[in-house]
Design a protein around this ligand. Structure first.
Ligand code: AMP
Ligand code: MG
Length: 409
């Protein structure tokens, strides 16, 4: 059996970034991947600004203690100031430009205005309440490197230096289909022996969260010819084909022989729980249609059918693979070290990914039923405990926790 680390390393080694760049208005680039560094053409703030409502002054004018000084100008934000007349102060507001000659701001709470004069009750140090030009961003610096996924705050940062457009990587095209004669869509009555196709909803949501363009080929009958035909169809215009179910070795599992006939496939047994079987390979393409993939085809990943298994294997393997194809550099989730507030006396030979929840005391509670068929655990939980092989957990111990916030996007 393969370790989770080795399986991931093999996948990432195959995931060459896709390329293909488009330029989008910054407002439309949310969740996309930057294709080029964003370099700031200016200092931010572009000038020295006041961080307070108050009075811009010269510290030297207070050398003889508290002083009454004349207010020689008024500077609202967005207006250019005059140089500060010696021996006077300027009324100034937050975000306004500090006038040449001033070297500190006294906040209005520490000043007493009377008529056109003001008494300053505080002697500031030089630079007090002044945000220096370039304090946030220096002109010419890389504010967002290529390979960054654009969050709302990164769009704001790009906009703060005046970027109206961003070069982003084109969206990854992913085809999905589902196998199993037992599968029924919600809205249809449930025949005896049937179950609802929950994985379709989970996996499509996961792919859409990652910014993929998803083509859904629906439920494919458990037959070799139908599975092969769908694979050929899907290979044509996609970068990746993702399926779930049918990758075990049961005689109703046709995905394996179908991919082998249409391309090539490695069947992995990963020493993990839930999960275990994972299929990775490529499906031949007739003609080059602009889609990416392996040199001889479109990438193929077959996930196990059990709902929790397919969810967890997606988070741990498909997510980093997809992000890497899209050119994202940082694909590993950041883990937290948290206290286990439960005991799991039985060690498993496999690397367990336990559904757990952060409690009010900041520790972790475990979902009672860790079966790979119990989808409830994934909704109850806040993330996965990455428990190494052969390791029992005692209460109070620190464990490695992967929050869903690090795995779902
Ligand atoms: P398989 O990997 O095809 O052997 O399926 C393993 C288990 O997962 C079986 O109990 C299937 O009924 C279930 N399963 C497979 N595909 C889905 C799906 N799309 N939605 C929900 N359950 C599924
Ligand atoms: Mg099946």
């Amino acid at each position: 059996m393969l370790s989770t680390a080795d399986a991931l390393a093999t996948l990432l080694a195959a995931a060459r970034p896709l390329g293909g760049i488009e330029t989008l208005p910054t407002l439309d680039a949310l969740n996309r991947v930057l294709a080029a560094d964003v370099v700031s053409p200016l200092d931010v703030p572009p000038m020295d600004t006041s961080a307070m409502d108050g009075y811009a002054m010269r510290v030297a004018d207070l050398a003889h203690g508290t002083a009454r000084l004349r207010v020689s100008q008024r500077i609202p934000a967005g207006h250019a100031p005059q140089p500060l007349e010696p021996g006077t102060v300027a009324r100034i507001f937050t975000g306004a430009t500090v006038p040449p000659g001033a070297d500190a701001i006294v906040m209005q709470e520490q000043a007493e205005p009377t008529g056109d004069e003001v008494a300053l009750l505080h002697t500031p140090r030089a630079g007090e309440w002044i945000t220096a030009q370039g304090a946030d961003i220096r002109r010419g610096s890389v504010i967002l490197p290529a390979g960054t996924r654009l969050t709302p705050q990164s769009l704001g940062l790009a906009a703060s230096v005046g970027c109206a457009e961003l070069a982003v990587v084109r969206r990854l095209k992913v085809a999905v289909f589902f196998t199993g004669d037992e599968l029924t869509m919600p809205g249809e009555p449930l025949r005896p022996g049937a179950i609802y196709n929950s994985n379709r909803f989970t996996l499509r949501g996961l792919l859409e969260n990652l910014g993929c363009e998803v083509s859904d080929f629906g439920i494919v009958p458990d037959r070799l010819d139908a599975t092969r035909a769908t694979l050929r169809d899907a290979a044509r215009e996609h970068d990746l084909i993702l399926t779930c179910g049918g990758v075990s070795v049961g005689e109703e599992d046709h995905v394996k022989p179908a991919v082998e006939a249409e391309g090539r496939l490695s069947m992995w047994q990963i020493a993990m729980k839930p999960g275990k079987p994972l299929a990775f390979g490529a499906v031949r393409r007739g003609e080059n249609t602009g889609a990416h993939g392996d040199a001889d085809g479109t990438f193929f990943i077959g996930l196990p059918g059990n709902p929790v298994s397919s969810f967890v294997t997606f988070l741990l393997f498909v997510r980093p693979f997809v992000l890497r194809l899209a050119g994202v550099k940082q694909v590993a989730p950041r883990a937290l070290s948290l206290r286990a507030d439960f005991t799991q006396p039985k060690a498993d030979r496999r690397n367990e990914f336990l559904r757990a929840r952060v409690n009010a005391a900041g520790g972790l509670d475990l979902f009672a039923n860790q079966s790979s068929a119990v989808l409830t655990s994934t909704v109850w939980g806040d993330g996965l405990i990455d428990n190494p092989p052969n390791h029992a957990i005692s209460a109070g111990e620190t464990v490695r926790f992967l929050p869903f916030s690090e795995l779902l996007y």
